[in-house]
Design a protein around this ligand. Structure first.
Ligand SMILES: *Cc1c(COP(=O)(O)O)cnc(C)c1O
Length: 410
């Protein structure tokens, strides 16, 4: 019999990323019962920290147990009744995921498509909203599959004035790039733990406003026969117990109505992860992500590599690189992992085999890691026979690291 052996790794993927040491420590604490006041006060503090991280005053802000898509599913299946119109503008893999979840919840889904590597002109989305009049618009803020970020403010304001609900997947950006839930008029936002928060995957922190609460409360009242809207034999019931936001919010409210058994250790981890974020400061954190992304991209370009996608909509948390002609992308990735212990990612669908993706997220987003991935990638490419400008990557990155002081340290 052998015990676990976990090798040393430098994780530079768009998630999961390296877990912050303080989070690992928080998660090794002893067990508490889920109704122990010592634990419920941790739950309340976690809610308050989620509000701050999501820049919202919403009453409801709590995590759903499960990975990020559990949060998307909870929001979608709680809001969508069979036949509801849902508009999903898709600019990468995660837009497809959201459309699939909406469809499985019974929605009539309308899709828009932007070429992968670009995002939508908000005016095009707004025109489509006016044409279709959906109940819900579902969008991705940062799509890690293509490394792009969608501007949301104008779309949020248009949704508000058209009385449409806007649900946003901010899994890849929350606490890594600016996300203003209230100012941008986003009705429901789902985040993730395993990206910029640097907590293991397994929780989906989310928030929603009173517009969403009203829709789900009305639905519940009809279901329970407290009010009647139409005479139908319960066609409106939320199909999921686990993801029913009305039950989850009762559990996260002062009444603490029993629902699931809370994953105490994940909550410890999230609580500490949010504490680390708020101690650093949101603005400082966004600047830190931009700073290391600049060093990374300067190094990659100096090496002679081409970045993929429209630079105007580039995420600072993910960098996509076109795999050079004649190079087997997966072979280079394997080599980098086996020889250097560094992990980077490939991509999906039309981009599979065409690009690599490097994440600069949360705790993984730091100087040592950026320099290591540049050095490791350069050596792996030389070993694979690629023509790169030797030594230039380090020089370009070090030019930034030695000449420009990291904003949060300035
Ligand atoms: C990584 C990511 C997810 C991940 O979903 P999981 O269920 O946690 O695997 C969802 N949406 C976006 C935009 C992501 O980048």
């Amino acid at each position: 019999m052998q015990g676990l052996h976990i090798p040393q790794r430098t994780i530079m993927t768009p998630g999961p990323v390296e877990v912050h040491p303080r989070v690992r420590q928080a998660m090794s604490n002893r067990m508490l019962g889920q109704f122990d006041p010592a634990f419920t006060s941790i739950m309340d503090e976690t809610m308050e920290r989620i509000r701050q991280a999501f820049q919202t005053k919403n009453k409801w802000a709590f995590p759903v147990d499960g990975t990020s898509r559990a949060g998307i599913e909870a929001v979608m299946c709680s809001l969508i009744e069979p036949g509801d119109k849902v508009l999903i503008p898709i600019f990468g893999r995660f837009g497809h995921l959201m459309a699939e979840i909406a469809e499985r919840s019974g929605a009539e889904v309308f899709r828009m498509h932007a070429e992968w590597g670009t995002v939508f002109d908000p005016e095009d989305v707004i025109a489509e909203i006016k044409k279709i009049s959906p109940k819900i618009v579902g969008m991705i803020h940062g799509d890690t599959s293509t490394g792009r970020v969608q501007p949301l403010e104008a779309i949020g304001k248009a949704c508000r004035s058209e009385d449409v609900l806007l649900v946003v997947d901010a899994v890849a950006t929350i606490t890594g790039m600016d996300f203003k839930t209230d100012d941008w008029c986003i009705d429901a936002v789902i985040g993730g733990t395993q990206k910029c928060l640097s907590v293991p995957s397994g929780l989906a922190p989310l928030t929603y406003n009173d517009r969403v609460e009203k829709v789900i409360a009305e639905r519940k009242n009809i279901e329970q026969g407290l009010v009647q809207r139409e005479r139908k034999p319960n066609p409106r019931r939320i199909h999921s117990n686990y993801f029913d936001l009305t039950q989850l919010q009762d559990y996260w409210s002062e009444s603490r109505l029993n629902h699931h058994t809370e994953a105490t250790h994940m909550i410890y981890g999230l609580h500490e992860g949010l504490q680390v974020v708020l101690e650093e400061g949101l603005e400082e954190r966004f600047n830190r992500h931009r700073y290391h992304e600049q060093a990374l991209t300067a190094g990659l370009e100096a090496m002679g590599l081409k970045l993929f996608g429209d630079p105007a909509s580039k995420l600072t948390t993910v960098t996509c690189i076109t795999i050079p002609e004649g190079i087997d992308g997966d072979q280079v990735r394997d080599f980098l992992l086996q020889q250097f212990g560094i992990e980077i990612a490939s991509s999906f669908g039309p981009l599979q085999g065409k690009i690599w993706r490097i994440g600069t997220m949360g705790y993984s987003c730091r100087q040592g890691n950026v320099l290591q991935v540049l050095m490791g990638l350069e050596a792996s490419l030389i070993y694979a026979g690629a023509a790169v400008h030797k030594g230039e990557a380090a020089r370009a990155a070090l030019d930034i690291y030695t000449k420009q002081i990291q904003p949060s340290l300035a």
